[in-house]
Design a protein. Structure first.
Lengths: 334, 350
C-alpha cells in the first residue's frame, strides 16, 4: 500500500482497527466511543465491526472506567481507554497514578499492565479554561507511566499500535487541533521505537525542541528563520516519558543552543524538565542559556484574542531564536 | 457442614488470629515499620467468603488484607516477609502490609486508597464476562468505602453489564475513628445496592457458617446468571483491650467513644500487642473464633484436644513465618528498578 494523506484521527482509527483485528484481547472503552463513534471520530465504525463488548460505551464515570481498564489489564486483556479530554482525566488520576503506574512495581513485578489511555489535551478554540488544559507535567512526574505525544498521522498510527502491543501502561496525549490535520501515512514503513525522538529538520545554529502541536510551530518558525540566516534544527520529542535525551544531546552539541517549545504552562511545565536536563548534560557545549517558549501561567481565557496570546506563537519562537543566536556568538555583538 | 470443612474454617481463623498477633508483636519490636492494619475480630468474613470461592476466582482486597491472602493460600512466611519488607515477601518487599499481591492465586492485590477495589474488581469482572468464563471477582471493601464515588460508579457498571462480581462489605462500623452513624445517612449498606438493582443481603459477619452459606449461594447465582451480588457482613474489629471490658454499667458506645480518645488507652493500645483472650471475648459474646469452636465442640465435630492441636499447629506455622521473614535478605535497589521495568521486556529505552 502506497503512502496516502489522511487525517490524524483516521490514522488512530486505523491503528485501533489493525490491533483489534489481530488480537481479540484488545478492547476499547470510554464515553461515546461506540454507537456515536467517538467525539473526534477516532473509534468510528469499530462498534459495528467488533460489537459492544469490545467497543464499550461507558457511563460518565472516569475514575471507575479507567480503573476498570486497570483491572482488566491485570488479567492480560489490552484495554484502550478513551478519556474525552485530558481535563476529565483529573478524575482518573487515582487509577492512573495510584494503580496503573504502581501495581506492576508494588507487586514485585508480578502483573502486566497493558493499558493504553488516550486523551486529547491542549488549547483548542475557545473551549474555556476547564477544557483547555495541558497536564503533561503532572503525568511526567509519575514513575511507571509512559507518555507518547504523536504530532503527525504517521506517528499517531505507529505509536498507538506500539502502545497497545506494550505491556507497560501508556498514555497517548493527543491534541484537539491535530485530529483534523492531514499528513502522509505509510502503514508498511518500519516504525521508530515509540520513545525515540525524531530530527524533523536539520540545522546548525539552534535546536528547537517541540512535541505534539508545537512541532508544527517549530517547523514554521525554522522556515522563516532561514530568511534571516538562522538554520534551526527541529526535534520532535514524540515521547515525554521517557525522553530520548541522546537525540537531543547530539543535536545541542552540534548547534550549541536550544529552545524548548511547549504549550504547557511555563512554571514547572514539561519544558522545565527538558531545559534542566539538557543544561546539566550539555553545559560545556552551550553558547547561550536554555530558553523556554511556553504558555503563560494563567488559566486559558475564553476570549479568542487573549486565548491566542496565552500560548506560544511562531513569532515567539522566532524572537527567542534570534535572541539566543545573538548571545555569546563571537561574530555578533549583543 | 461436614467435619473437615468445620475444621478448615477453625484452622484458618486460628491461623489468622495467631498471624496478626505475631505481626503486632513484630511491629512493637520495631521489626515492622509503616502502617499495619490488623484483622482480629473479622476472621469469619475472610474465612467464610474465601472458602466459598474456586481457585479460578479472583480476590481484590483492601489494606487490611493479610488474612484474605492467608486464607486464599499465600504461605504465611511470604506474607510475614512482606510485612518486614524482605526480598522473599509475596510482593518482593516492594508492597508492604497494604499491598500484598499473589498472581498465582489470583489475589489481585491490597489497595490502600479507600474505594479502589471496586474498579479493579469490575475490570476483572469485565475480562471474565468478555471471555464468557465461569469465574467471579470477589471485591472486598469496608463500610467507610461506600461513600466514595467509585462505589456508585462501579456498582452501576457491574449491574449495567451484568458483570460477575461479588461485592463483600466488611462492615466493622468504623471508618478509622468515625462510627457509621456519623459517616453514612443509610447505615444498612446492603440497601444501597437496591439503587442499582443488585440483589443484596446482610449477614452476621461474626458467624462463619452464615457468611459461607450466603456467599456460596450468591456465587452460584452469579455463575448461573452473570449478574453481580452484594453481601454485607456485619463484623467488628478488635483493638487493644477495649472490647474486653464488659462495660455493662455504661452504654457500649460510650465506652468505645471514651477509650478511643483517652490518651492513656491509646498509648496502651499502641504498645501492647495482645488482643483480648477468647475467654474475655466469650464473656461479651462477640468472638467469631469462640463461636465456631463452641459449635464444633457442641456438635461433636471436635474435641478440645483437637482444638489444642490446631492451635499449636498454627502457632508453629506463624513462628516459622516470623523466623523465615527475619532471615530473608533485604531487596536491593537493582531489584526495585527491575520490577519497575518488568513489563518493558526486552525493549531498550536508552
Amino acid at each position: 500500500m502506497a503512502k496516502e494523506d489522511i487525517f490524524y484521527w483516521q490514522a488512530l482509527n486505523r491503528a485501533l482497527d489493525a490491533e483489534m483485528a489481530g488480537d481479540d484481547s484488545v478492547f476499547i472503552l470510554g464515553e461515546d466511543v461506540g454507537l456515536y463513534g467517538g467525539s473526534y471520530r477516532v473509534t468510528e465504525g469499530l462498534y459495528a465491526k467488533y460489537g459492544p463488548w469490545r467497543v464499550r460505551d461507558t457511563p460518565i464515570s472516569e475514575t471507575s472506567f479507567t480503573g476498570l481498564g486497570v483491572g482488566a489489564a491485570m488479567t492480560g486483556l489490552r484495554p484502550v481507554v478513551e478519556i474525552m479530554t485530558i481535563n476529565f482525566a483529573l478524575l482518573a488520576l487515582d487509577p492512573l497514578v495510584n494503580m496503573a503506574a504502581k501495581i506492576p512495581f508494588m507487586s514485585g513485578g508480578q502483573f502486566p499492565m497493558p493499558l493504553v489511555v488516550r486523551m486529547p489535551g491542549g488549547v483548542a478554540k475557545q473551549l474555556g479554561a476547564q477544557h483547555s488544559q495541558r497536564l503533561e507535567h503532572t503525568l511526567m512526574n509519575v514513575p511507571g507511566l509512559r507518555i507518547a505525544v504523536p504530532a503527525t498521522p504517521q506517528d499517531a498510527y505507529w505509536q498507538l499500535r506500539q502502545a497497545i502491543a506494550s505491556d507497560d501502561p501508556i498514555i497517548l496525549l493527543e491534541h484537539d487541533l491535530l485530529y483534523f490535520s492531514k499528513g502522509p501515512l505509510d502503514v508498511e514503513a518500519v516504525p521508530l521505537p515509540m520513545h525515540r525522538a525524531a530530527v524533523c529538520r536539520a540545522g546548525r545554529d539552534v535546536t528547537l525542541v517541540g512535541y505534539s502541536r508545537s512541532v508544527e510551530l517549530c517547523l514554521r518558525a525554522a522556515q522563516q528563520l532561514e530568511d534571516v540566516g538562522i538554520e534551526a534544527e527541529v526535534i520532535d520529542l514524540r515521547s515525554l516519558s521517557p525522553i530520548d535525551w541522546e537525540t537531543c544531546i547530539t543535536s545541542v552539541e552540534k548547534t550549541h543552543r536550544f529552545i524548548v517549545v511547549e504549550e504547557d504552562c511555563r512554571f514547572a511545565g514539561a519544558g522545565a524538565e527538558v531545559a534542566a536536563t539538557l543544561s546539566e548534560r550539555c553545559f560545556f557545549s552551550l553558547d547561550a542559556p536554555a530558553q523556554r517558549v511556553a504558555a503563560l501561567d494563567i488559566p486559558t481565557p475564553f476570549n479568542g484574542s487573549l486565548e491566542s496570546a496565552s500560548i506560544p506563537t511562531v513569532e515567539d519562537i522566532i524572537s527567542a531564536a534570534q535572541r539566543v543566536c545573538s548571545v555569546a556568538d563571537p561574530g555578533v555583538k549583543p | 457442614m461436614d467435619r473437615d470443612t468445620l475444621r478448615a474454617f477453625l484452622r484458618d481463623m486460628l491461623l489468622a488470629r495467631a498471624f496478626e498477633e505475631a505481626a503486632a508483636e513484630q511491629y512493637t519490636k520495631g521489626n515492622i515499620e509503616g502502617f499495619l492494619h490488623l484483622y482480629p475480630g473479622e476472621e469469619a468474613v475472610a474465612v467464610g467468603v474465601i472458602h466459598a470461592t474456586e481457585p479460578a476466582d479472583y480476590v481484590v482486597s483492601t489494606y487490611r488484607e493479610h488474612v484474605h491472602a492467608l486464607v486464599r493460600g499465600t504461605p504465611p512466611r511470604q506474607v510475614m516477609a512482606e510485612l518486614l519488607g524482605r526480598r522473599d515477601g509475596i510482593s518482593r518487599g516492594m508492597g508492604g502490609s497494604m499491598h500484598l499481591f499473589d498472581r498465582e492465586r489470583r489475589f489481585m492485590g491490597g489497595y490502600a486508597i479507600v474505594g479502589e477495589t471496586y474498579p479493579v474488581a469490575i475490570g476483572v469482572g469485565y475480562a471474565i464476562a468478555m471471555r464468557d468464563l465461569p469465574e467471579v471477582a470477589i471485591c472486598f471493601f469496608g463500610d467507610g468505602a461506600v461513600n466514595q464515588g467509585t462505589f456508585h460508579e462501579s456498582l452501576n457498571m457491574a449491574a449495567l453489564w451484568r458483570l460477575p462480581v461479588l461485592f463483600v462489605c466488611e462492615n466493622n462500623h468504623y471508618q478509622i475513628g468515625t462510627e457509621i452513624h456519623r459517616h453514612s445517612a443509610v447505615t444498612e449498606v446492603f440497601r444501597r445496592a437496591a439503587a442499582y438493582d443488585i440483589p443484596a443481603e446482610r449477614v452476621d459477619g461474626m458467624d462463619v457458617f452464615k457468611v459461607h452459606e450466603v456467599t456460596s449461594r450468591m456465587l452460584r447465582e452469579i455463575r448461573s446468571s452473570g449478574g453481580p451480588r452484594l453481601v454485607e457482613c456485619e463484623t467488628y474489629r478488635l483493638r487493644g483491650h477495649s472490647m474486653a471490658d464488659p462495660g455493662s454499667y455504661r452504654p457500649q458506645i460510650e465506652v468505645m467513644a471514651y477509650t478511643s480518645t483517652d490518651p492513656v488507652s491509646v498509648a496502651i493500645r499502641e504498645t501492647v500487642p495482645a488482643y483480648p483472650s477468647h475467654e474475655q471475648l466469650a464473656a461479651v459474646g462477640k468472638d467469631a473464633i469462640h463461636h465456631v469452636t463452641e459449635h464444633g465442640l457442641g456438635a461433636g465435630h471436635l474435641d478440645s484436644a483437637e482444638v489444642d492441636g490446631i492451635k499449636s499447629e498454627v502457632q508453629q506455622l506463624v513462628q516459622e513465618a516470623v523466623e523465615f521473614a527475619q532471615q530473608s535478605p533485604e531487596p536491593e535497589m537493582a531489584d526495585a528498578w527491575r520490577y519497575l521495568h518488568v513489563n518493558r521486556r526486552n525493549e531498550s529505552l536508552t
